[in-house]
Design a protein around this ligand. Structure first.
Ligand code: ADP
Ligand code: MG
Length: 290
């Protein structure tokens, strides 16, 4: 009877928006202790809008946005789309960029009209020992906004704050997992304060922030080494190694191809609540087999 049960569960899973790519790991979903969630694009919609521009010295809001948008035209990061769209909405002409390069997990850089321009994370700015308005930065971050810094020739030109929207379904998913005794964890490359803000919105109390892409997989391994059976849920290229390391890798359907190709299960509807459905389905399916 076993193959029949599996075949039936395949059609049920398709109806529920679950694309199961690795049956063996899907089977293990019934024994999970913890589910790790990436923040941007997973717990949130991953659609950023610019909320604040804070120029430094002689720069104007418009110049800061213009320089940032020129660089970000070349990036696929959700932050990039937010900045480019904002420049477009304001009718700001965006110039050409040469020698574009991404700085993994930290930002991007390129040449705009012969000047080196960077758009980078707070961590990058701190490690470059550049000073900035800490009070302003803290205020924006504590409101849950992601702040990036615009540098021209390695000097601060300003900061840009962006807001993303938390998925309602993320809060529901975390609550349902808790009822099942499954612990939710957040893993993100974004700033600690923003991470804490989103975690509070969705009810997560274990947070790892400012984690570089390579360290995401390392963090999952540590959770496994502590004896916990863990699923990783993510959408980005930078989540792929962590998806592969977890006992169960779950990709958001609206995410990158790399994440989907690496995952054991794809949430076709991009709904974090479907993590709960997939655990229920794994339990139902494999209970019948034993
Ligand atoms: P996440 O885990 O939230 O998807 P990433 O590892 O992609 O985060 O990025 C971490 C941080 O690096 C971002 O919060 C941002 O500060 C910075 N960053 C990455 N890519 C870009 C970009 N294209 N423009 C500006 N900042 C970026
Ligand atoms: Mg993400």
């Amino acid at each position: 009877a076993a193959p029949l049960v599996v075949a039936v569960s395949t059609s049920i899973s398709a109806k529920q928006g679950l694309l199961i790519r690795n049956r063996a790991n899907f089977e293990g979903a019934r024994n999970l202790d913890a589910v790790v969630f990436d923040k941007t694009g997973t717990l949130t919609h991953g659609e950023f809008g610019v909320t604040d521009i804070v120029p430094t010295g002689n720069y104007t809001d418009q110049e800061v946005l213009q320089l940032a948008a020129a660089i970000e035209q070349n990036s696929e990061h959700p932050i990039a789309a937010g900045i480019v769209n904002s420049a477009k909405e304001k009718g700001i002409p965006v110039g050409k960029v040469n020698d574009f390069e991404s700085i993994t997990g930290k930002g991007i850089q390129g040449q705009v009209e012969g000047r080196k321009v960077n758009v980078v994370s707070p961590g990058y700015v701190t490690s470059s020992k550049l000073s900035y308005n800490q009070q302003q930065f803290n205020k924006l971050s504590e409101e849950g906004k992601t702040v990036v810094f615009v540098l021209v020739e390695d000097r601060l030109a300003g900061m840009i704050a962006l807001a993303d929207i938390v998925r309602d379904t993320a809060r529901e998913a975390v609550a349902s997992l808790k009822e099942k005794g499954i612990h939710s964890i957040m893993l993100t490359g974004d700033n600690q304060k923003v991470a804490n803000w989103v975690a509070k919105q969705v009810g997560i109390d274990e947070v790892y922030a400012e984690v570089l892409p390579n360290d995401k997989a390392h963090q999952i391994q540590q959770i496994k080494d502590a004896g916990r059976r863990v699923a990783m849920t993510g959408d980005g290229v930078n989540d792929a190694p962590a998806l592969a390391t977890a006992d169960l890798g779950i990709a958001i359907g609206a995410g990158t191809d790399v994440a989907m190709e690496t995952a054991d299960v794809v949430l076709v509807r991009s709904n974090p609540n479907d993590v709960v459905s997939l655990i229920d389905l794994s339990k139902k399916t494999y209970r019948k087999l034993v």
